[in-house]
Design a protein around this ligand. Structure first.
Ligand SMILES: [Mg+2]
Length: 381
C-alpha cells in the first residue's frame, strides 16, 4: 500500500481537513486546522506531500520523522499543524487497514468514557450564570470560561472585581460537585496574574489556563509556586521539547493541540513526558470533528488523561457546526457529560465527504479578532 493522493479542504467555520488516499483505495482523514492560518498551512501540507507520496502509510513513525525533520528549517505552528493533519490521516488509514480503532493501536483502552467540558461565554455575571445553567442542563459536569475580555496591563479595581464576579457566578450555579476552568488566554500581564489568582482561590477553579504568554515560559514558575490552583498551558506549544520547560515550571495540566503539536504521534509522547512530572493531559480542541476524534483516541489510551475540550455549539462556530461533517453523529453524543469509547475503525468517525467537498468550494477566511486598548495600542486577544 502506497500513498497515492493528498488533498486539503478549507471548510467553515475555520477548519482545514486533510485527506490521504492510498493506491489500495483506502483513505484517511486528519485535521490541520491552525486557526487564522489555514491558507498558509494548506500550502505547507502541499509541500510536505512531496515527502509522503509513494510511501507506505503504515510506517507512521518513519513518515513522521521525515515530515518533521526532512528539512533544515523545522518546527513552529504552521509546519507542526501540517504534520499533525497528515499524521492523524495516517493513523486513520492504519486503523481502517487493521479494522480497529486508533486507541487499540496505541495499546488499547484504559478508560470507557471521556469527560467533556463546554465553553461558556458572556461578559457579565448574569450571562455567565445562564450560560453555565445551559451546559449543566445539557449534562456537562465541567465548563470553561474566559477570565476577562481585553485587559489593561495593570487592571483597575473594577476589572479585577469583574473577573472574580464572573467566576463566582459560575461557581454558584455549578455547586461543589462540578468544575469551572478559567482561561487567561495570554491576555493578562504577569502583574495582573499575581493580583487575580489569589482572589480566585476561594472559588477553587478546576485549573487556570495560559496565565502567561507561551513565549514567556520563564514566568510560569512564579505563578505555579504562588498558588494551589492547578495551572494549565500548552495550546501554543508544538513539540515535546517545547513542553519540557513548562512541565519543569510546575504546571498541573498539559494542553497540547492534536492539530498543532505533531498529531497523535507527538501528543502521545507529550503525554508520556507529562506523566514523568505527574501532569495530566487535557488536549486543546476548539476545532472540528477530526481533531476531536483524534483527541478522544489519544484519551482512551492515555493513563494520565484528564478531560476533553470541545466546541459543539461554541459562539464562534458560525456557518457550520462540529457535527455537520460527520455521517453518523451518535459516536460523538454526550452521555452524562462524557463521550463513550469510540468503537469504529481508525479515528472512529465517518466523514461526510460530499459535505466537505461542497463546503470547500466556498472555503472560509476566518481570522482572530484584533483588539486595541483605549489609548489605541495593541491588546492581546
Ligand atoms: Mg485556551
Amino acid at each position: 500500500m502506497r500513498v497515492a493522493r493528498i488533498e486539503t479542504f478549507m471548510v467553515p467555520p475555520r477548519w482545514l481537513f486533510v485527506r490521504v488516499e492510498t493506491d489500495s483505495g483506502l483513505a484517511g482523514w486528519g485535521e490541520a486546522t491552525c486557526e487564522g492560518r489555514s491558507e498558509t498551512v494548506r500550502t505547507a501540507v502541499d509541500q510536505l506531500s512531496e515527502l509522503l507520496l509513494g510511501r507506505d502509510p503504515l510506517r507512521i513513525e518513519d513518515n513522521w520523522q521525515l515530515l518533521t525533520k526532512g528539512s533544515f528549517y523545522r518546527g513552529g505552528p504552521i509546519l507542526a499543524s501540517a504534520v499533525s493533519g497528515l499524521d492523524q490521516a495516517l493513523w486513520d488509514i492504519a486503523g481502517k487497514h487493521f479494522d480497529t480503532p486508533v486507541h487499540q493501536l496505541l495499546g488499547g483502552h484504559v478508560r470507557e468514557r471521556i469527560r467533556m467540558y463546554g465553553w461558556v461565554g458572556g461578559d457579565d455575571p448574569g450571562e455567565i450564570a445562564d450560560a453555565v445553567s445551559a451546559q449543566v442542563e445539557a449534562g456537562l459536569t465541567a465548563v470553561k470560561m474566559n477570565a476577562s475580555g481585553r485587559m489593561g496591563p495593570i487592571a483597575t479595581t473594577a476589572e479585577l472585581d469583574a473577573v472574580v464576579g464572573r467566576v463566582a457566578a459560575a461557581r454558584e450555579v455549578l455547586g461543589g460537585s462540578r468544575d469551572v476552568a478559567v482561561d487567561f488566554h495570554g491576555r493578562f500581564s504577569a502583574a495582573n496574574v499575581r493580583r487575580v489568582v489569589p482572589l480566585l482561590e476561594p472559588y477553587r477553579p478546576f485549573f487556570l489556563e495560559e496565565p502567561v504568554l507561551p513565549e514567556n515560559p520563564h514566568l510560569l514558575r512564579s505563578v505555579t509556586s504562588a498558588t494551589s490552583i492547578p495551572i494549565a498551558t500548552g495550546e501554543r506549544l508544538y513539540s515535546r521539547q517545547e513542553f519540557l520547560p513548562v512541565l519543569q515550571a510546575g504546571i498541573a495540566v498539559a494542553q497540547p493541540d492534536l492539530s498543532h503539536a505533531g498529531g497523535i504521534s507527538e501528543v502521545r509522547r507529550i503525554a508520556s513526558l507529562a506523566e514523568v512530572y505527574d501532569v495530566q493531559l487535557a488536549p486543546h480542541c476548539p476545532l472540528g470533528p477530526l481533531a476531536l476524534a483524534a483527541c478522544l483516541q489519544v484519551g482512551f489510551a492515555t493513563p494520565n488523561f484528564l478531560i476533553q475540550e470541545q466546541s459543539i455549539g461554541i459562539h464562534y462556530n458560525q456557518g457550520a457546526e462540529v457535527l455537520d461533517y460527520v455521517v453518523d453523529k451518535t459516536p460523538l453524543k454526550f452521555v452524562d457529560g462524557s463521550i463513550e469509547r469510540l468503537t469504529g475503525a481508525g479515528l472512529g468517525i465517518e466523514v461526510d465527504e460530499q459535505a466537505v467537498r461542497s463546503a470547500d468550494k466556498h472555503g472560509h477566511a476566518w481570522r482572530g479578532p484584533l483588539w486595541r486598548h483605549d489609548d489605541g495600542s495593541f491588546a492581546e486577544w
